[in-house]
Write a protein that binds this ligand. Structure first.
Ligand code: PLP
Length: 401
């Protein structure tokens, strides 16, 4: 059997590792050596100029890091992969490789907070024209792309209200305009969504989140055609945002259970979202798996599962969430997401902390919005935990809300 024939769960465990199992090890060794030595001067030269496979210096390549890249590459069905110290390094290195003064990028308003800062703070300083469209407004994106566009950058589902963009339709629009189409697939993971199959050029992940899954290692990865990924690799090897071998090992180990975890998170999130819809204090639930989600049909078409991320709004705003969140026993109150533990946080404190309340309101983010990253706990416990926290709320908080 080739890697092509096996399924995602088997790939999570076996794919990409065999070339790196030195000494008969059954687990990929962590190679901490910064440098790789050669006795044969001709061989050294051939490796150094890229004619022969091998490693020279840790800022360029490393065997443990390469095994991690291979596993993600195979899970996303890509030709090539390269990795980075963080998800933001993957995004900034990729954009820096393809955008130059006078170029134009089209994206959405609801991108990840750090990505949004690149669009609003850094790219304009480099004289790159940035056009941000309402997320989910496909006609607006198509119109902006048709005006001329070097990069079309998408993220779906988005943070925190899990908005959905039609990837196949946007990839077509981007291609017609001659743009490089990039999708941040962090929220969906390769288990739930494979944007390359839908026609995009490049896929980025913050491996810190679901890929690693244990909130103990930072990393980023880019996959796509060799010709494009190698250009970004070259930018990264020179500019230095290299993934550390120990982090690569932790991410590799986490990825062995990727399919198990994501399937469980899909199931748990669906049940939690359905429960939240029955709670009086909750006046809105955002989850692509709910038929009430405005783009549920698009999500059902392009996703194999609806993911572990959801959000909900509580009546009474900040006062209510101030009482509610500390009462949860089985949730970390923290800014990250995608781990085995459930994680909750007010959007005003986490992804959109840099915005004013007015700016958040304009983006459709009320002050009582809570982001909920569903873990792999027994879902009955998660629901009972939420239920006891809701029942303990002082009634006067939201009676008049
Ligand atoms: C966290 C995140 C990033 C940034 O990743 P880091 O590893 O924290 O740098 C990018 N995109 C999305 C969707 C994220 O959730």
């Amino acid at each position: 059997m080739t890697n092509k024939d096996i399924r995602q769960g088997t790939k999570s465990i076996w794919a990409g590792e065999s070339d790196y199992l030195a000494f008969g090890a059954t687990q990929v060794p962590v190679v901490h050596s910064v440098s790789f030595g050669y006795e044969d001067m001709d061989e050294w030269y051939e490796v150094a100029i890229g004619n022969k496979e091998g490693h020279i210096y840790g800022r360029n390549t490393n065997p443990t890091v390469e095994a991690f890249e291979q596993k993600v590459r195979i899970l996303e069905g890509a030709e090539h992969a390269t990795s980075f110290s963080t998800g933001m390094a993957a995004i900034s290195n990729t954009l820096s490789t393809f955008l130059f003064p006078g170029d134009r990028i089209v994206s959405i308003k609801d991108s990840y907070g750090g990505t949004n800062k690149i669009f609003t703070e850094f790219l304009p300083k480099q004289n790159v024209d940035v056009s941000l469209c309402d997320t989910g407004d496909h006609e607006a994106i198509e119109a902006e792309v048709a005006k001329g566009c070097d990069v079309l950058y998408l993220e779906t589902p988005t943070n925190p209200t899990v908005k959905i963009t039609d990837i196949e339709r946007m990839a077509k629009a981007g291609k017609e305009a001659g743009a490089i189409v990039i999708v941040d697939n962090t929220f969906a993971t390769p288990i739930n969504q494979n944007p390359l199959e839908l026609g995009v050029d490049l896929v980025i992940h913050s491996a810190t989140k679901f890929l690693g899954g244990h909130a103990d290692a930072l990393g980023g990865v880019l996959v796509g055609p060799k010709e494009l990924v190698e250009k970004v690799y070259h930018f990264r090897e020179i500019n230095g945002a290299t993934l550390d071998p120990m982090a690569a090992y932790l991410l590799l180990r986490g990825m062995k259970t990727l399919k198990l975890r994501v399937e469980r998170q899909n199931e748990n999130a669906q049940k939690v979202a359905e429960f939240l819809e029955t709670v009086d204090v909750v006046d809105a639930v955002y989850y692509p798996g709910l038929p009430t989600h405005p783009n549920h049909d698009i999500a059902a078409k392009q996703m194999k599962g609806f993911g572990g991320m959801l959000s909900f709004n509580v009546k009474g705003g900040v006062d209510t969430l101030r009482h509610l969140l500390p009462k949860l026993q089985y949730a970390n109150r923290a800014a990250n997401l995608g781990a085995v533990e459930t994680i909750v946080g007010p959007t005003r404190t986490t992804s959109h902390v840099e915005c004013t309340p007015e700016e958040r309101a304009a983006m459709g983010i009320p002050e009582g919005l809570i982001r909920y990253s569903t873990g792999i706990e027994d879902v009955e416990d998660l629901i009972e935990d939420l239920d006891q926290a809701f029942k303990a709320l002082p009634k006067e908080l939201f009676q008049n809300a």
